[in-house]
Design a protein around this ligand. Structure first.
Ligand code: FDP
Length: 282
């Protein structure tokens, strides 16, 4: 695992160079989910694949930007699903973006995720590692990632970040959000999953949601590359993650690019989501 973390650190240093001087225009390709890929997405993907292909403990990888699983080393122990540059369209407006990695054993599914890493590219570069029931944050200083702090969520927070557009929210989601704002929650949503979830983790708690919507009944966020890694991180930090009804880490995967509705937060907010969804959701 140490060599994988080192590989992610090295990839992040390279990706940062691409972000700094890279071309933020669109490529001519679409990824499997139908998003037009930016040249930055493709460049970041190439950096990660090149570095991972040198690590013997990695059996196979799958990228959000690619169609299928790429086998690497037959005798490797780990499978890694990654989103090379989540929220890359925000680079244009100079908001934070991030990379997300889910580390699995045996098969790519929720049952088999054993560790998760994300890297935030903001004014500072921070890497958060969830493994062995703990969540640790590192920051890049003078070319090296240095340990900064353990991350632990409070039982209840004050931030509320929710995706999609209100026009497409189901009625029960609208009700949940209205009640939370009436209770004093602050709206905090940049549109980048990594910085939005990072903010909630570092400020002690709250709720991030991307529900099933009228246009995307199964949500937008991808299970293997985005949702499962953050579900593990939130659980290890003392919070929780649900699809509205059950733990996110009990959601079944039938295809590598499957999506799921998802809610991440401190325990109190996730309890609240489940109560509303149980009563009104389907
Ligand atoms: P993006 O499409 O910019 O890559 O991963 C998808 C994602 O960003 C997340 O980072 C973000 O939380 C979400 O989509 C935002 O979607 P909405 O604009 O629909 O809220």
């Amino acid at each position: 695992m140490e060599e994988i973390l080192k590989a992610i650190e090295n990839a992040s240093i390279e990706i940062k160079k691409v972000i700094d001087k890279g071309d933020t225009s669109k490529s001519e390709n679409e990824n499997s989910t139908g998003d037009t890929q930016l040249k930055l997405d493709i460049a970041s993907d190439i950096i990660i694949e090149k570095i991972f292909s040198t690590i013997p403990s990695i059996k196979a990888i799958v990228s959000e930007e690619q169609e299928s699983i790429v086998p690497l080393h037959d005798n490797g122990e780990y499978l890694i699903a990654y989103d090379p540059l989540d929220g890359s369209s925000l680079v244009d407006v100079n908001l934070s973006v991030g990379s997300i990695y889910g580390i699995y054993k045996n098969e790519f599914n929720a049952k088999n995720i054993i560790a998760a890493v994300y890297v935030v590219f903001g004014p500072r570069i921070e890497m958060v590692v969830a493994q062995n029931n703990s969540v640790k944050m590192y920051r890049l200083h003078d070319g090296e990632f240095k340990f900064i702090t353990d991350i632990n969520l409070n039982e209840k927070g004050i931030l509320n970040a929710t995706g999609s557009t209100q026009m497409c929210w189901p009625t029960h989601h609208r009700k949940l959000l209205k009640e939370m704002f009436d209770d004093g929650y602050y709206l905090r949503y940049s549109g980048g999953m990594v910085p939005d979830l990072h903010q909630i983790l570092l400020k002690g708690g709250g709720l991030f949601s991307y529900p099933g919507t009228a246009d995307k009944p199964k949500g937008k966020l991808r299970q293997l590359f985005e949702v499962f890694p953050f579900a593990l991180t939130y659980e290890f930090a003392g919070g929780a993650a649900t699809d509205g009804f059950k733990r996110v880490l009990e959601v079944e995967t039938t295809h590598i690019h499957d999506t799921t509705p998802c809610f991440f937060g401190s325990k109190d907010e996730i309890k609240r989501v489940k109560e509303v969804y149980k009563e009104y959701g389907k």
